[in-house]
Design a protein around this ligand. Sequence first.
Ligand SMILES: [Zn+2]
Length: 81
Amino acid sequence: MKTGKTQGYVLTFRCINCGKHGVLAQYPSDGMESEQRIRARIYQVSCNSCGWTGDACGLSAIRISHTTELKARAAGQGPRL
Ligand SMILES: [Zn+2]
């Protein structure tokens, strides 16, 4: 059993409030997903620089990276269904 680590994707967005690339969204996923599907979702995001929170469409992500070490406590930032 895995504890504390989850596979998934990290999306980086540009903050519409402060303009910095400090807005991150995490999308837990057990397997690989196509970038097209990831981009089609809406994510609840928060800015690490200014604290802005809101919704961001995956289409506007400036970077998508796969990780095997998603932090469990960030699970609440997953996609809105
Ligand atoms: Zn910001």
